[in-house]
Design a protein around this ligand. Sequence first.
Ligand SMILES: *Cc1c(COP(=O)(O)O)cnc(C)c1O
Length: 450
Amino acid sequence: MTHNPTLVARDLAVLWHPCTQMKDHETIPLMPIKKAQGVWLEDFDGNRYLDAISSWWVNLFGHANPYINAAIKDQLDQLEQVIFAGFSHEPAITLAEQLVTLAPAGLERCFFADNGSAAVEVALKMSFHYWLNCQQPQKTRFITLENSYHGETLGALAVGNVALYKQTYAPLLMDVITVPGPDCYHREAGESWADYSTRRFALMEQTLAEQAGNVCAVIIEPLVQCAGGMRMYDPVYLTLLRQACDKYQVHLIADEIAVGFGRSGTLFACEQAAIRPDFMCLSKGLTGGYLPLAAVLTTAAVYQAFYADYNAGRGFLHSHSYTGNALACRAGVATLALFERYGTLNNNKLLAHTLAKVTERFHDHPHIAEVRQTGMILALELVKNKHSRQPYPWQERRGIKIYQYALGKGVLLRPLGNVVYFMPPYVISASELQYMADVAWDAIQYAIKE
Ligand SMILES: *Cc1c(COP(=O)(O)O)cnc(C)c1O
């Protein structure tokens, strides 16, 4: 199943792909894509693949969305990019205005960056620098959760906790305080998500009580630890964390890079706990999956701590060349408009319900320990033994078998280890959801054989 062998050969001669052991492509075909429309990717032989993972969680309203296409084309003829220090433009201003309006009240400032990891770096630096500007230079550390993921650059990697990505680079990374997490996969039988998340919060509270004096911020992924295997927890954890961060005078950084923009069921996951973080990191869906862009939203209090005469040396002198790229910002404005136009948050309630329905039979599958869902994310925990929850050894790479089988049937699934998940664009239909689930079922049957 090698499509367009010429392109594949040219690619493998010069390219090095992300998150890939390149030798795998001796046996697993690389997949050149010619075009895409809606939820469908198309290869050079006309085969179509349902993009069940929204092209790495970025796409919201389908590929080649006519409305976003038109906005970008219009922008292209006016201004593609301009230095964002000392200069500005309307797409960035409009997008920032809309983001601070839509975000939890109190997030009033928007700093742009150009990818998720960069946004995390910005939030970490801003938090540290805020405390420094407030005469608290002893605050230098960050608290993070077990199994968290915040990106791949060294600062973002340091505050993450997924060993697969982090371990190799440990000697390069700053030391962080890692607290056991609220991941409800580990709750006792009969225990509710809320009870487990509340119980686990005691460990965070204890850490804060002991260490807050040296801590800048706690960084978390609200409600779903996505790269950590779509592990989920109850909003009560966020409510308790907000209270504790206030009590112990520590910032709360909400990394909504994956869960923001309707993925969790609300526009932002923090809304489900009615909290306002001190920093909110956004990227991925921000441009509807079109162009790289990220934003860090923060409070007036943080902004004011940097606002002073130049010679006071309090400014945030951080930049990226493509900060506030005009095409990307315009795509962001168009994306936010589509939430209104399509009634997305309401429609997604129905869609999430349909997603639950088409995956109902997985609950009784003998090798699926848990089917869990938060809004438009649904995950299946594949195990060797349903009762002991003993996982399949990672070396067996059952996820890759699922990936290959599903691709052969026209569905792009990309399991995280033994976790099969669905995170489709919001323009998917009920019958496409059904097809996606049916192919996933067959793929799992194929992958668990022998
Ligand atoms: C993807 C992701 C990031 C990193 O974003 P990149 O644009 O890939 O650098 C950070 N945090 C979370 C929660 C993510 O899912």
